[in-house]
Design a protein around this ligand. Structure first.
Ligand SMILES: Nc1nc2c(ncn2[C@@H]2O[C@H](COP(=O)(O)OP(=O)(O)OP(=O)(O)O)[C@@H](O)[C@H]2O)c(=O)[nH]1
Ligand SMILES: [Mg+2]
Length: 329
């Protein structure tokens, strides 16, 4: 813990190695002490989530967008999050990171992150990394995630602004995602606009967003990320959406909701740790035996157990052995 505290000081002072190590700690699910979660934003902080199907061109787009946003922002941090990986696929993620042309620029920090399901989930780890980066005074954080099923919704919910990347010819995809991703998008990007099918994809997106009140319709930006085309329009759309989210109070509402989600996730994680310890205690085994004998009602057992679960910290020694022995008696 002490090491993490001193690393946090170093990272905040600009030490990138320390920052990278802290993100690894976040990946492993370790608790980072000392990061205030309150919203001390003076209005300059922004976290942009970019999601879309595998190969949609997200990394290429993030690279071009970063370049564009650095015209007005002093620095930017990019997190490439791999939700499909329970363990770090270092080489593959490394390749993804190397795709960024800015990897060696001092004003850009790029890091890939695999998240592990048993450490508070994808959103929890990403949110923790985002807060870490912002605490270390990176004013702009871009998070790239592959859109897979419902998972990307979590990711989108950890950012201030959600950018959904689609490609021409993806009419069916849009229909399939209508209830999920399409609803949370603040900005749509049709990347690979150099490919056939642009018009019909645009029509499909329009059909989805037309159901919303005019003031809430997200901008649709066409880009050719490989050529840098459309990056200026995308950056402008981001600035404009950011402004209107701030003006309407929606940004504050989102951050408040994210805090609630984070608190709940951390609480759940902490509780799970206690529960795992308690499962190794003789009391737990005794309750199972009583239940098996049919003498007790499970709800009543749980009512009695809950306070004990939270207070069993001192019973952690050799608990797994005790549990096993108790079970075989
Ligand atoms: N024709 C064309 N190709 C593009 C464009 N943008 C990206 N690509 C290509 O699409 C491929 C995938 O690009 P990436 O940026 O790696 O896509 P990604 O969405 O980050 O991929 P994953 O992270 O693996 O999901 C690469 O070969 C890019 O060169 C574009 O606008 N037009
Ligand atoms: Mg990528």
């Amino acid at each position: 813990m002490d090491t993490l505290v001193s690393m946090l000081d170093l990272a905040r002072a600009g030490d990138r190695r320390a920052l990278a190590r802290l993100i690894s700690a976040v990946e492993r699910g370790e608790r980072l002490p000392g990061i205030p979660l309150g919203d001390a934003d003076d209005g300059s902080r922004l976290c942009i989530g970019i999601t879309g199907a595998p190969g949609a061109g997200k990394s290429t787009l993030v690279s071009g967008l970063t370049k564009e946003l650095l015209k007005t922002s002093p620095s930017a941090a990019v997190l490439a999050v791999d939700p499909s990986s329970p363990i770090s696929r270092g080489a593959l993620l490394g390749d993804r990171v190397r795709m960024h042309q800015h990897a060696t620029r001092p004003e850009v920090f790029i890091r890939s992150m695999a998240t592990r399901s048993h450490h508070g989930g994808l959103a929890g780890a990403t949110q923790a990394a985002r807060r870490l980066l912002q605490y270390c005074t990176w004013p702009l954080v871009l998070i790239e995630t592959v859109g897979v099923g419902q998972v990307e919704l979590d990711i989108v919910n950890t950012a201030d602004i959600a950018v959904v990347v689609l490609n021409p010819g993806w009419g069916d995809e849009i229909q399939a995602n209508k209830a999920g991703l399409m609803e949370v998008a603040d900005i749509f990007v049709i990347n690979k606009a150099d490919r056939p099918g642009l018009e019909s994809t645009r029509r499909d997106i329009d059909a989805v967003i037309m159901t919303r009140p005019e003031s809430q319709r997200p901008p649709v930006i066409e880009t050719v990320a490989t050529e840098g085309t459309g990056m200026e329009s995308l950056a402008e759309a981001i600035v404009s959406v950011h402004q209107s989210l701030r003006d309407s109070g929606e940004l504050a509402r989102r951050r408040y909701a994210q805090l609630g989600m984070e608190l709940s996730q951390q609480l759940s994680r902490r509780f799970t740790t206690h529960l795992q310890r308690y499962e190794g205690c003789p009391d737990f085994a005794a309750s199972v035996a009583e239940l098996a004998a049919g003498s007790l009602n499970i709800e009543a057992v749980i009512d009695d157990m809950l306070p004990q679960v939270l207070n069993c910290e001192s019973l952690t020694q050799n608990t797994s052995v005790t549990h096993r022995e108790s079970n075989t008696e």
